[in-house]
Design a protein. Sequence first.
Length: 66
Amino acid sequence: MDGRTRANIRIGALVDIVLKKDQPTGALTRGRVKRILTKSPNHPHGIKVMLEEGDVVGRVQKILGE
């Protein structure tokens, strides 16, 4: 599922995100959503979230499941 729409993302969902430092390479980090940081309903680069694992922050590229 697409990570550019805030309504698609739920707390605890398993997602792939791209970290700020990984944007040039596109390397993805997998984890569960702890907080949704983007307030707008859509974002062209992905909704920004914080993961449960080590308070990692990045933009959602794929939603893998609940």
